[in-house]
Design a protein around this ligand. Structure first.
Ligand code: PEP
Length: 257
């Protein structure tokens, strides 16, 4: 599935290792690199986001493969007295180029709110990182018919208005689909992604809004990637569990060959 046209964003398949992996897992990046040949590189960008202590060795393992490395969070301040936190400057210094922000696990585990995520995205972008801002409704919100309203509110509250399409990626991740094996219907994904696209054009201007990549995330696996990734306004995937093994991750990326 080659890119649809020069006026649609280049797809991105991003792996979120969460709090998994060790130095031994870095061999998976080497294996991913072996499968990421020139044809695939033309059609899709690849990103792996390991836990923070693995950022530098992962960036080293990825040298020469064209696989980008990203962090799973960065602080809203550039530096300072914030024990245990990681500045966007340091993320960049490791060789990483992107950062996931506002993942539902951070929103839940750390009480992160839209306004904080917007600040983090602003600092990450000012530092030179690409911010991947996550949005998505809970099961209760979907069942109450509030999925679109929730996602649109999160989007409005979490993205810096001055961001360009090169600096920002949105990941739509229904919370109830993460790590559960459940996925929304293709119609539901299409509806949310269209709403995100429409709002991005209003918030960032038509030209930038059209070119921001909107990833789908939530139980993307080799066996459902083709269906999910061919939906309109789905410009790639944010992959959790299936990004830990090169074979699974590359099988998803192969959708774009
Ligand atoms: C994620 O961690 O963002 C995610 C989508 O996880 P999984 O693919 O395992 O559902």
């Amino acid at each position: 599935m080659p890119p649809k046209s020069a006026t649609t964003p280049k797809p991105l398949v991003a792996g979120n290792w969460k709090m998994n992996g060790s130095r031994a897992s870095l061999q998976e990046i080497t294996l991913m690199g072996l499968g990421y040949d020139a044809d695939l590189r033309r059609n899709v960008d690849l990103l792996v986001c390991p836990p923070t202590p693995l950022l530098y060795p992962a960036a080293t393992a990825a040298l020469g493969t064209a696989i980008a490395i990203g962090a799973q969070d960065s602080h809203e301040k550039i530096s300072g007295a914030h024990t245990g936190d990681v500045s966007p400057n340091l993320v960049l210094d490791t060789g990483a180029t992107m950062v996931i922000l506002g993942h539902s696990e951070r929103r839940t585990d750390h009480g992160e709110k839209d306004s904080l995520i917007e600040q983090k995205a602003g600092s990450a972008i000012a530092t030179g990182l690409v911010a991947i801002v996550c949005v998505g409704e809970t099961r209760a919100e979907r069942e109450a018919g509030r999925a679109l309203a929730v996602v649109r509110r999160q989007l409005r509250g979490s993205i810096p208005r001055t961001a360009t399409a090169a600096q920002l990626v949105i990941a739509y991740e229904p919370v109830w689909a993460i790590g559960t094996g459940l996925t929304p219907t293709a119609n539901d994904v299409a509806e949310v992604h269209l709403a995100i696209r429409t709002d991005l054009k209003k918030l960032l201007g038509k030209q930038q809004g059209e070119m921001v990549r909107i990833l789908y995330g939530g139980s993307v696996k080799p066996n459902n990637a083709k269906e999910l990734l061919s939906i309109d306004n789905v410009n790639g995937a944010l992959v959790g569990g299936a990004s830990l093994k090169a074979a699974d991750f590359m099988a998803i990326a192969e959708t774009y060959r």
